[in-house]
Design a protein around this ligand. Structure first.
Ligand SMILES: [Cu+2]
Length: 64
């Protein structure tokens, strides 16, 4: 699954988002492309669950 996280702007954001997703069952971060604000996640977690976790971490994600 790929997501666009428009407000991910620095390594601090990357860290926060990957930490938050690390606590979501069934989600594994494959890549975080800070330059293009893209996030790739694998696993059985739903896109909605991933978006929720990112939202709770203080960011806005949409499927890409
Ligand atoms: Cu940041």
């Amino acid at each position: 699954m790929k997501f666009l996280v428009k407000d991910m702007s620095c390594q601090h954001c990357v860290r926060r988002i990957s930490d938050a997703l690390g606590r979501l069952d069934g989600a594994k971060v494959i890549t975080i492309d800070l330059e293009h604000k893209l996030l790739e996640v694998s696993g059985h977690a739903s896109a909605d669950a991933v978006i929720d976790v990112i939202k709770n971490a203080g960011y806005t994600a949409e499927t890409k």
